[in-house]
Design a protein around this ligand. Structure first.
Ligand SMILES: *Cc1c(COP(=O)(O)O)cnc(C)c1O
Length: 376
């Protein structure tokens, strides 16, 4: 099925690059993580247009898989989720933006209150007869969002607070969940247990994908996986997750370049041997990070075609990049080349670019022809 937003659908025959998004794999990944976290409830983080894959099809697929609670960053994102999942519980992680209490409630969105200023604004709105629910974010060591533990203690002394504010969740966020041995994990867990004791009866949430893999202690009542659902990096000790996103680009042309010549802007890489160079129809304007370029003394990312890997050559341009297909003589103009997907893990490409799979996925550009496997 086509993407629900027609402005983002390109004719696949004309596109220089394409994305295949496997909604079945998305659903199975969520179910795998939900089983791992059970009896805690599993929600889904669908901020950033569901990590670049398209919020509406992702939310519809996850809802069919049994997901009832979604986390977004912004109220605008929340409204899109609301349209796709009328019955769902939706939390807005970036907190209560100034003046938007009524707007949240009107969309049945629950702001995750992350500071005393926000809390006072929400309290005033509720005291004036406003309806709606909210979550309270307590910082346990990340120092990004959330009231401090000391503030939480003060708030908890007011036993009517939870009802008065319509609080339905108290949450925090791990800073180092993907580094299991990091001592901050245990400190955040210990603080979260104290937070739970402050607000008896209020559901508690701490874990993202990596936090689920840290084990049962971290699950509390609700987990909030994101990257794992989208087939992000393999998590030590967890069942393997399936690839959801496959990005491919077409070979525009193939040319022979003699040894000693350079390829691309800045003459950044000199060929040590005569090469067959394939030019791909994708570049940094498509979200393929320029920092994955190959330069003299620095290997770049690789792509996969016809079952083999081919390294990038020279700098990535806005709309094009070059790969070395000298050792893949069957490569032809018009071939589709895998940028990342089942044969080229997105985490590996991200590492070559000096970033993380989250950033590659959320950077996926508008020029990709998007194709969904499963009901979009
Ligand atoms: C993005 C986010 C998540 C999901 O994190 P993943 O690492 O993608 O699983 C969970 N909680 C919060 C607060 C987030 O911002």
């Amino acid at each position: 099925m086509e993407h629900s937003d027609p402005t983002r659908v390109q004719a696949p025959v004309m596109a220089g690059n394409r994305l295949t998004i496997d909604l079945g794999a998305l659903s199975r990944n969520w179910q795998t993580l939900a089983a791992l976290a059970s009896p805690a409830e599993a929600a889904a983080a669908v901020k950033g247009d569901a990590y670049g894959i398209g919020a509406e099809p992702a939310v519809r697929a996850l809802s069919r898989a049994g997901c009832r609670t979604f986390f977004v960053a912004l109220p605008e994102e929340g409204l899109r989720v609301r349209a796709a999942a009328p019955e769902a519980t939706i939390y807005v992680l970036n907190g209560l933006a100034t003046g938007l209490a009524a707007a949240h409630a009107a969309g049945n969105l629950r702001p995750v209150i992350g500071s005393i200023d926000e809390l006072e604004e929400w309290a005033a709105y509720r005291a004036a007869g406003g309806s709606g629910h909210a979550a309270l974010h307590v910082d346990t060591g990340m120092n990004r969002l959330g009231v401090t533990f000391a503030e939480a203690q003060e708030l908890a002394a007011d036993t009517g607070l939870v009802d008065r504010l319509g609080l339905t969740l108290v949450m925090s966020h791990l800073a180092c969940g993907d580094t299991p041995a990091h001592p901050l994990n245990a400190r955040q867990l210990a603080t979260m247990r104290e937070v739970r004791a402050l607000f008896p009866g209020l559901p508690v949430s701490l874990a993202n994908t990596a936090g689920i893999a840290l084990g049962r202690d971290y699950h509390f009542d609700l987990v909030r996986p994101g990257i794992g659902i989208y087939g992000g990096p393999y998590i030590e000790g967890a069942p393997p997750l399936e690839t959801v996103v496959t990005a491919e680009a077409r070979i525009v042309q193939i040319r022979d370049v003699p040894a000693g010549q350079t390829v691309g802007y800045g003459a950044a890489q000199t060929l040590a041997r005569p090469c067959r160079i394939a030019i791909l129809s994708t570049g940094y304007a498509d979200g393929y990070h320029r920092s994955a370029s190959a330069t003299d003394g620095h290997a770049g990312a690789s792509v996969c075609l016809r079952g083999r890997r081919a390294p990038l050559v020279g700098r990535i341009s806005m709309d094009l990049m070059a790969i070395d297909v000298t050792d893949i003589p069957e490569a032809r103009r018009g071939d589709w080349v895998e940028l990342f997907g089942p044969s080229m893990p997105v985490a590996e490409v991200a590492a070559a670019a000096g970033t993380i799979s989250y950033e590659l996925l959320t950077s996926l550009g508008a020029r990709y022809a998007r194709h969904y496997l499963g009901d979009a």
